[in-house]
Design a protein around this ligand. Sequence first.
Ligand SMILES: [Zn+2]
Length: 424
Amino acid sequence: MELDDHAEDLASDLGVDKEEVKDDLQNLVEYSVPVDEAKQSLRRKYGDDSGGGGGTPSAKDIADITPDDSNVTVTGVVLTAGERSIRYQGDDHVIVEGRLADESGVIDYTAWEDFGLEPGETITAGNAGVREWDGEPELNLGESTSLSVDSESLDVPYEVGGEAQLADLRTGDRAVSIEVDVLECERKTIDGRDGETDILSGVFGDESGRLPFTNWDPAPEIEDGGTVRIENAYVQEFRGVPEVNVSEFSTVTALDRRIEVGSDTSTMDVADAVGTGGIYDVEVVGNLLAVRDGSGLIQRCPECYRVVQKGQCRTHGDVDGIDDLRVKAILDDGTGTVTVVLDDELTERVYGGTLEDALEQAREAMDQEVVADRIRERIVGREYRVRGHLSVDEYGANLDAETFEESDDDPAARATAFLEEVDA
Ligand SMILES: [Zn+2]
């Protein structure tokens, strides 16, 4: 059934305007609410209580809210409130996202109406919708929510505001404030939703680490480089790693102070690193178990740069491939495995020769697999320290290596360090 039919259905059941329910339905569905649940929620909103319940939902502590609650009444302190623009049905809508806390816990919220939420305020949201996101409940503050600012403020064990360090940011974080150094920045022209538009993209650094960013509405303070304070940024996943998004609603101020950008990347267990779901700057140490197929001398499509098999690109068909070098190798540290990807430069180093050398070796042997074989002989069974960008998707975890060094630790020293860590 199409969304249109669902809307038709609802409109005739409830006796309301079809376009209105369709807007609402679309809105919920785009926010990952299953269509049946969305319809139920709209039945409640438009006053068809045939599903039972009805009336004002009971007040709940934040810690007690579960994704099974459909509507709740909560009182809490607004910790953060960040504006963001989204588009549905061709229109731009400004929504406010942030976190709300009481003594018992914290919950994310999205406000679809302009309630003028301010961090630090204690509010009571009557009839707030509850939706599930990633297994966790979230609040939807919309048309049917009654919102009031309480004169008596609640004491909560959480800090108001979104001050954060780059290393702590995770995909989905909203309304964060950071103070960072602009390490890399370039202006790009992209095909935006309103045609061609300029954006800035690059890398931020602070004491805790580094993270890539996109600035959708180029701020001169960022383009100039140096140190900036950014308020109301949000974090979204891009190519499997978290990325700081600086929007038209963010505030950017140039700062006078210098930031000591953290050079010691956090070394993590493979399992912990993979458990983050993607991390821009991480180091792991493990044994190189195998060099995977598609390593060594490879050919790439001249159009899309993807690897071609037997002269065939999956998108562009028969192509004249460009020769290149890369390695995809499996690294295991006992807690888990990750596929380490080496670019052409790192591959030349582990191969011990240039692309021309590899081409010559393959020509002589009349087999390009000899290149991967030589790499296998040189690296399999050894221990490596790898630093780079980790992305995780349904096919597994990939670590795009920036550095790839044979680990000089002796195993005894590592065992001692490990035991100290366990004791601590
Ligand atoms: Zn192609």
